[in-house]
Design a protein around this ligand. Structure first.
Ligand code: HEM
Length: 437
């Protein structure tokens, strides 16, 4: 009896010790988080921080006025001036993919492509190719550790993330300084030029720290999301040869796809692209079924009721883009890839504002959505008009959703250069495409 009593006391003591340790651990990690949070934000920046923006400690927060400046970066005129550069970057990349003797890992290559687009087109940095490759590796290390626990210990993901951010910021500072000194020979204003100019207009000359934070946030926002969507686009064009053929017909009808392919560099215009209705439907459908980001966070500003549950003011809530697309009653056969659902005749997305929201919704909706759609459209046009590509594995890979949606093996595809078959769907490709995910 005494023995059992002692056992009980010892068990209770162990439990109490465990509870104390867990509480201490939680308290310490909360302190660490707050310390890190404070340490990683620029203290000189007294901007009001709106609720619900990209709150990652390794990146920083976007101030209100900076958001206004960002909206200028993605205006119609700005997009028109980026378009030829985007087309050139994509054409160069597709040429490199086609000349590669082996199949390529599409997701990995798409990440490099969007990184290059962000650095060369959006920020206008003329970094030598070798340095760009190095910067990309560091950037990957940074992104891989963005979601790590904020515990700054040697070899921890957080420490690796901070180290990568320091290297990146050094590289960005060098590129920004070179750019500020060399303003000649530019035929367009890139996003960084606009950022600097418009901040002056708002009476706020940006500090070097703000410029580095702003550029890092732009790259971060553009990189993984657009790479995910590009990979999904390529996968769906492979899976649905009839969609690819219909796209080619539309390009032919608009004089964009000529019999000998379209080697014309930098010739696309925004109004030409907006006239391509089917292309728009294809991109919309890719973004509906394969939305890169699962959802977003918001802070409840006013207590409200939802389905009989009270959600108190001050709570953090998450809205799910993926579940919304999956359950929205407006979409027929939700799991079927069917670009025509967005055609003028059907317009399944016309009812209700919040059934289709791949770029989020409300005041914190994605600022780069027009740029992202433009990029995807140019990629689709170039793929349809100049490339023949085949799946290099027997079946299509599974899809994973974390950190953004992508195929588990990255999607192995062999690209071929221009040839006489480019406008036809090859019989053997058809056979391969019947393989299921
Ligand atoms: C297919 C590509 C993209 C997708 C799916 C996407 C999606 C999203 C989503 C869902 C949000 C969060 C909205 C919310 O909190 O409710 C967001 C925010 C944002 N995106 Fe994108 N995005 C893409 C590409 C881009 C690009 C290319 C840029 C710019 C270069 C960009 C810039 C931003 C910025 C600055 C925000 C923060 C807006 C704010 O906090 O107010 N995005 N994006």
């Amino acid at each position: 009896m005494l023995f059992e009593g002692l056992e009980l006391v010892s068990a209770l003591a162990t439990l109490a010790a465990c509870l104390v340790s867990v509480t201490l651990l939680l308290a310490v990690s909360q302190q660490l988080w707050q310390l890190r949070w404070a340490a990683t934000r620029d203290k000189s920046c007294k901007l009001p921080i709106p609720k619900g923006s990209m709150g990652f400690p390794l990146i920083g927060e976007t101030g209100h006025w900076l958001l206004q400046v960002f909206s200028k970066i993605f205006s119609h005129e700005a997009l028109e001036s980026y378009l030829p550069k985007i087309q050139l970057v994509i054409q160069d990349t597709l040429r490199a993919w086609s000349s590669h003797p082996e199949a390529i890992n599409v997701y990995q290559e798409a990440q490099k492509l969007t990184f290059r687009m962000a650095i060369r087109v959006l920020l206008g940095f003329s970094i030598p190719e070798e340095d760009l490759g190095h910067l990309f590796e560091v950037y990957q290390q940074f992104v891989e550790n963005v979601f790590s626990l904020p515990v700054d210990l040697p070899f921890s993901g957080y420490r690796r993330g901070i180290q990568a951010r320091q290297i990146l910021q050094k590289g960005l500072e060098k590129a920004i300084r070179e750019k500020l000194q060399c303003t000649q020979g530019k035929d367009y204003s890139d996003a960084l030029d606009l950022l600097i100019e418009s901040s002056k207009e708002h009476g706020k000359e940006m500090t070097m720290q703000e410029l580095k934070d702003g550029t890092l946030e732009l790259i971060f926002a553009a990189y993984a999301t657009t790479a995910s969507a590009s990979t999904s686009l390529i996968m769906q064009l492979l899976k649905h040869p009839t969609v690819l053929e219909k796209l080619r017909e539309e390009l032919r009808a608009h004089g964009i796809l000529h019999s000998g392919g379209c080697p014309c560099e930098g010739t696309l215009r925004l109004d030409t692209l907006s006239g391509l209705r089917y292309l728009d439907c294809v991109i919309k459908e890719v973004m509906r079924l394969f939305t890169p980001i699962s959802g977003g966070y918001r802070t409840v500003l006013q207590t409200f009721e939802l389905d009989g549950f009270q959600i108190p003011k001050g709570w953090s809530v998450m809205y799910s883009i993926r579940d919304t697309h999956d359950t929205a009653p407006v979409f027929k056969d939700v799991n079927v890839f069917d670009p025509d659902r967005f055609s003028q005749a059907r317009s399944e997305d016309k009812d209700g504002r919040f059934h289709y929201l791949p770029f989020g919704g409300g005041v914190r909706t994605c600022l780069g959505k027009h740029l992202a759609k433009l990029f995807l459209k140019v990629l689709a046009v170039e793929l349809a008009s100049t490339s023949r590509f085949e799946l290099a594995t027997r079946t299509f890979p599974r899809i994973t959703l974390v950190p953004v949606l992508h195929p588990v093996d990255g999607l192995s595809v062999k690209f071929f250069g221009l040839d006489s078959n480019q406008n036809k769907i090859l019989p053997e490709t058809e056979a391969m495409l019947s393989a299921t995910v």
